[in-house]
Design a protein around this ligand. Structure first.
Ligand code: HEM
Length: 252
């Protein structure tokens, strides 16, 4: 597939604000990963930039600065989901449903060649939702354990020392899991999947092509077509639900 194709009709996937959220998340996560593993393995060859500062601990400082951005972004994202109309519609689309399990089953059967018709997905596929919820869960763990390590004095006034030792172990193993999830899982779906290779550029352009919609969000595309047909037939119903407004809003 061409890296980006503006000859086709395009469908808005992410607003500018959502893309900014994604890139703040990506940059702060990257800095947290590099500085975190440099804290754990200070003698490794790739950690050399952090050694040139001598006694000054650049790793710890950058880790805490990136963590502040990460936590602020997480709180902003929560407020976005609660207080904005588009955020609430995103939340409705992201909520886990029984349908996701059925989709997973159909996709596995299809991949095995036991189902002829490829499953059709709405705004989010079940694997996108799984990734989102894994990120939410991982963030809760990293923030709680990270803050316990950061404010060691306060933690030790509340908990015995072994709790802090356990928090350190959890923080470290969750860091490995989260980094592996990004490198293997996320990068597969947005880069290495043969259907999207060399890159799903929607986090840059904000939109998907007709072809990409047909491949991964065929059900949403059908819904949009139905709505457009209804609108062309008569007056637009101004009392349409919020959900519909946002789905309609995705077409550019
Ligand atoms: C977002 C909230 C986070 C906070 C508040 C936080 C905070 C901390 C703190 C205070 C330390 C100890 C630093 C020191 O010894 O100077 C630490 C260590 C570490 N962090 Fe984070 N961190 C966060 C997220 C992350 C993430 C997302 C990763 C990796 C993807 C990560 C990876 C690590 C690693 C590998 C260590 C070293 C653990 C060890 O020594 O066993 N952290 N973190």
């Amino acid at each position: 597939m061409a890296i980006d194709d503006y000859s086709q009709r395009r469908y808005l996937r992410w607003t500018t604000g959502e893309r900014i959220q994604h890139w703040i998340l990506a940059i702060s996560f990257f800095v947290l990963g590099i500085t975190g593993f440099a804290l754990k393995f200070p003698e490794s060859w790739w950690a050399w930039p952090f050694r040139i500062t001598g006694s000054f601990d650049l790793r710890g400082l950058l880790h805490r600065i990136a963590a502040t951005f990460y936590i602020a972004l997480s709180l902003y994202h929560l407020a976005y989901l609660v207080f904005t109309q588009r955020g609430r519609a995103q939340w409705r689309e992201l909520k886990p449903r029984l349908r996701d399990l059925l989709d997973l089953k159909s996709q596995v059967l299809y991949n095995l060649g036991w189902l002829r018709v490829r499953p059709k997905y709405g705004h989010y596929t079940y694997w996108e939702k799984m990734e989102y919820w894994a990120l939410v869960w991982g963030t809760v763990i990293m923030v709680l354990t990270g803050l316990a390590l950061w404010f060691e004095n306060i933690s030790l006034r509340i908990f015995p020392l072994w709790v802090l030792d356990v928090a350190t172990v959890i923080h470290y193993y969750e860091a490995i899991l989260a980094t592996a999830a990004i490198l293997v899982w996320h990068f597969y779906f947005v880069i290495f999947d043969p259907l999207v290779y060399p890159l799903n550029t929607s986090m840059i352009s904000g939109s998907l092509t007709q072809e990409q919609m047909e491949e991964e969000h065929a059900e949403e595309l059908e819904k949009l077509a139905e709505m457009e047909e209804e609108e062309s037939e008569g007056p637009i119903d101004l009392l349409k639900s919020e959900k519909e407004d946002v789905v309609r809003g995705v077409s550019v």
